[in-house]
Design a protein around this ligand. Structure first.
Ligand code: 5AD
Ligand code: SF4
Length: 474
């Protein structure tokens, strides 16, 4: 049993199935052709996974799917609140639908996701975007059939945004975007309250899915032929701490690694505060767990890390990375997130981040300029450095990383990697593209029949962004 977590009951799910049938009946009455839905997803993989459930529910209601908003009878924007830029894009794209909605009043325009879970945003939508019919929060995604039915059949707009710690809904329908690569959320929410981050306010407290539910979904994916399964959580390292009896993330990885079949397990995101040596040892020992560690350090300066409430130091981070390198050597691929220009960060403090970039030698970096988020402690801190200056700092990081990546690509010459062949390549007509454990792409000449299989591929020529290789039998 999970402690303090409400699981959506079978009765509630049955109610939603009934609403789903009611929506189908309305659609049958209104349309002769199959009505289409357009689901637009912003932000992280958790949102992508939520959208796959949204599409699963829409599919059961009788919708087909389109990417063309002007052909859809329901348009859902699943939004992200992590940075201002993502929010601005949503406002722009929703505004652009006004004419379409006015010309087609039967179309339902809906907004959901992290942005909507913030009161000031929901108020703005309510007041400034009167053509938006339905707004629902992150804790009621499973109630989409009911909310859509109400939005379709009542004259009133539907705003359903309960502010709770969060629930877990098992057994929702799912329509996955890809047939070889799958997202599998193992937990929801975040307890860390990094001072810049809005996620804990909009996604609720950490809650882990039961091991049995995860294993069941995982086995289903394997039997359906999925080859790359990514376990998702804001902080996967604290998976299972809220379960009774508690289970560690390493234990979960070992259980999944023991499942029969030809597949690869990935996971994200790890938090350095909770990342254990045991997890790194598990990665090194479990043959099906990819040796790719996404371990965001955010800053290389201890004062800034403290102000961010990250709960570790530069030294502790390096200790983890060095141990991981010791265990996994060349096989290991590290990626990280970095925030440049946290409020009050000085040039000297930024240079510590730059030096950490050079020390870690990551395969790839996700870099962001700090974006103030309403309601977070950092948004109230003094922020004297200009955006232009921060943009220059960011460019310095990108420049350093480009050199590191190029040097690393060269080091791969002559090495053989076990790769999953993802599809056709870009280097030429007869090229296929394959992904290594560390998420690098190798292109090689091969037959289409190899797509969807694992192959050993030797790197013969490192190019700037991809590696060129050839298939080897070993
Ligand atoms: N400003 C800039 N970047 C942010 N991130 C989270 N919040 C903010 C913010 N307010 C970045 C962090 C996190 C990634 C998902 O987004 O680097 O790891
Ligand atoms: Fe945000 Fe920090 Fe939680 Fe990541 S760990 S989601 S950065 S609060």
């Amino acid at each position: 049993m999970a402690v303090n977590t409400r699981t959506v009951s079978e009765k509630e799910l049955d109610e939603q199935r009934e609403y789903s049938l009611k929506v189908s009946a309305v659609l049958n009455q209104r349309y002769t052709d199959k009505p289409l839905a357009c689901v637009v997803t912003y932000g992280c993989q958790q949102n992508v996974a939520d959208s796959e459930h949204i599409k699963g529910m829409l599919d059961k209601m009788g919708y087909g799917f389109t990417d063309d908003r002007q052909k859809a009878k329901v348009i859902i924007f699943n939004t992200c609140a992590v940075r201002e830029h993502a929010e601005d894009r949503v406002f722009g794209n929703v505004g652009a639908l006004k004419k379409y909605k006015l010309a087609n009043p039967d179309v339902v325009i809906a907004l959901c996701g992290c942005m909507m879970q913030q009161k000031h945003i929901a108020d703005k939508i309510y007041n400034s975007f009167p053509f938006v019919d339905l707004v629902f929060g992150t804790h009621v995604v499973h109630r989409l059939p009911e909310l859509l039915y109400k939005a379709m059949t009542r004259r009133k707009r539907v705003f359903e945004l309960p502010d709770e710690d969060g629930v877990i809904a098992e057994g929702l329908p799912v329509r996955r975007d890809n047939d070889s690569k799958a997202w599998l959320p193992i937990m929801y929410g975040c307890n860390n309250f990094c001072t810049y981050c809005v996620v804990p306010y909009v996604r609720g407290r950490e809650r882990s899915r039961q091991v049995s539910d995860i294993v069941e979904e995982f086995e289903e994916l394997v039997s359906e032929g999925y080859k790359e399964i990514t376990l998702l959580g804001q902080n996967v390292n604290s998976y299972g701490k809220d379960l009774e009896p508690s289970v560690s993330f390493s234990e979960l990885l070992r259980i999944l690694n023991g499942i029969d079949g030809d597949f690869r397990i990935r996971f994200m995101t790890s938090h350095p505060k909770d990342c254990t040596r045991e997890l790194l040892e598990t990665m090194a020992q479990c043959d099906k767990v990819a040796t790719h560690l996404h371990l965001p350090f955010q800053s290389g300066n201890n004062r800034v890390l403290k102000a961010m409430n990250r709960g570790y130091t530069r030294e502790k981070y390096l200790e983890l990375i060095n141990y991981a390198k010791e265990l996994m050597g060349d096989e290991l691929s590290i990626t990280s997130d970095i925030i440049v220009g946290f409020p009050g960060e000085t040039r000297e403090e930024f240079l510590d981040t730059l030096s950490l970039v050079n020390e870690v030698k990551a395969t790839g970096l996700f870099t962001f300029i700090y974006s103030p988020r309403v309601g977070t402690p950092a948004a109230k801190m003094d922020d004297p450095v200009s955006h232009e200056e921060k943009a220059k700092w960011l460019a310095e990081i990108l420049d350093a990383q480009e050199k590191i990546s190029a040097a690393q690509m060269k080091l791969h010459a002559g090495k053989t990697f076990k790769c999953y062949v993802v599809g056709r390549g870009k280097l030429g007509d007869n090229y296929l593209a394959a992904r290594t454990d560390g998420n690098l792409i190798i292109e090689f000449v091969g037959d289409d029949g190899l797509i969807g299989t694992f192959q050993n591929i030797k790197v013969i020529e490192p190019l700037t962004f991809v590696l060129k290789g050839e298939i080897v039998n070993c």
